[in-house]
Design a protein around this ligand. Structure first.
Ligand SMILES: NC(=O)c1ccc[n+]([C@@H]2O[C@H](COP(=O)([O-])OP(=O)(O)OC[C@H]3O[C@@H](n4cnc5c(N)ncnc54)[C@H](OP(=O)(O)O)[C@@H]3O)[C@@H](O)[C@H]2O)c1
Length: 375
């Protein structure tokens, strides 16, 4: 007798063999797969299929396909999570286009979600079915109704918070936490420059930066975004599509320059950002929404003894302690009102292509979130 763990079904060896044949044939007809799926155990009756967004070829938003994929069962140290809300981040665009290389094709994009644990791997303690959890970062594959995750990559999600808000703030909020508290430690009296100040990360950088006592200068592409940035604590919004942001920063800082630039725009702003920095200022180049930054000669740092870093969230949340501390500070900042998360639009998961098109066309402000059709 064998116990089928998913269907809780006892079966004889003969039945089991038949089921295994069925399982094999199901695998043969199934062309799609979930990157984290485990090989089906030989006695498993039916492949568990869920809906997901897949990328079979790199390209524009149209390469995002809505398909049935097979999700396996959680192995040792793993959990199965049914998603309630999924964050959309610019990094998802980089992988879809091939700016960052996925390990293989096809793949399921997405690096952030909030959901409920529906199964736990053998021997796992500390997580149980029914737990509400959130994750941001590794592994990729959150654009799916369900996903298998390493249990040590998720954090408990407070039941007092809305999962949609959680999916809007996990990755972006944790990014802002490490940028402002670790990468360069912002203190009262600092002047900071934030590019794309009305975007998902930018909006939170303005809010938290202001709360830390910094003078916040922000760049945005239009009047509406400037008004939003001002609401979020940006003291000096600059419309960089109409004004020369380098000249404006010099005026605002009376020629002193800023202590740190948080530059996620990349190609179009990098050079100007260096010019905005004060002597011994920090150039934090943490993204490239406008394209990859050209190679930088060391000599550009010398005239002002500048510091340059190209940080990544995953390197600031490497240990379990770092992850819990970073996420904990974000949840606290939300709970005590330091961060007012802007969820400006939600899309059904099946319409992820529309969400990507809007994000890339600079039509979005704040965070956008995908909602699984079965959530
Ligand atoms: N390194 C890390 O750890 C880390 C972690 C999270 C995010 N990031 C980076 O942070 C950035 C922001 O991510 P997000 O998800 O919050 O996106 P987002 O800021 O909401 O969207 C990107 C914004 O960039 C601006 N932009 C300027 N030129 C652009 C162009 N040519 N095409 C598209 N957008 C352009 C637009 O704002 P305007 O219209 O106002 O110019 C746009 O709204 C991304 O570069 C992302 O890679 C890095």
């Amino acid at each position: 007798m064998l116990l089928n763990p998913r269907f809780n079904k006892l079966c004889t060896w003969r039945e089991s063999d038949q089921l295994s044949l069925l399982s094999v044939s199901l695998r043969l007809v199934s062309t799609n797969f979930h990157p984290q799926s485990k090989p089906i155990r030989f006695f498993k009756a039916f492949a568990t299929m869920v809906k997901a967004i897949t990328v079979h070829e790199l390209g524009g938003p149209e390469v995002l396909k809505w398909e049935d994929v097979e999700v396996g069962e959680p192995g040792e140290g793993e959990i199965l999570v049914k998603h309630k809300a999924i964050g959309v981040n610019f990094i998802d665009v980089y992988y879809r286009k091939g700016v960052y290389k996925a390990e293989k094709l096809p793949f399921i994009p997405g690096r952030e979600a909030v959901g409920v644990v529906t199964a736990v791997g053998q021997g796992l303690t500390g997580r149980k079915v029914g737990d509400l959890v959130a994750y941001a970062g590794n592994p990729m594959g959150s654009y799916a109704e369900e996903q298998i995750l390493p249990a040590n990559q998720v954090v408990p999600f407070p039941s007092t918070l809305d999962p949609i808000l959680g999916a809007a703030v996990m990755l972006k909020g944790m990014t802002v936490q490490y940028l402002l508290r670790s990468c360069f430690k912002v203190e009262p009296g600092h002047t900071i420059l934030v590019h794309a100040a009305a975007g998902g990360v930018g909006s939170l950088l303005c809010q938290w930066g202001e709360a830390l006592g910094a003078t916040v200068i922000g760049t945005v592409s239009n009047e509406e975004k400037a008004a939003q940035a001002a609401e979020d604590g940006c003291h000096h919004p600059i419309i960089y599509t109409q004004e020369n942001f380098v000249e404006r920063v010099k005026e605002i800082t009376k020629g002193q320059g800023v202590h740190v630039v948080y530059d996620s725009v990349g190609k179009d702003t990098f050079q100007g950002s260096l010019e905005c920095l004060a002597s011994r200022g920090y150039m934090v180049s943490f993204g490239q929404s406008s394209g990859m930054v050209d190679p930088v000669p060391m000599s550009v740092l010398a005239p002002k003894s500048l510091f340059l870093t190209r940080p990544s969230l995953m390197h600031y949340t490497t240990t379990r302690d770092e992850l819990l501390r970073c996420a904990g500070e974000v949840f606290t900042a939300v709970a005590n009102g330091v961060l007012k998360v802007r969820v400006t639009k939600t899309y059904p998961l099946s319409e992820a292509a529309k969400a990507h098109a809007d994000l890339e066309a600079r039509k979005t402000t704040g965070s956008i979130v995908l909602i699984p059709d079965n959530s």
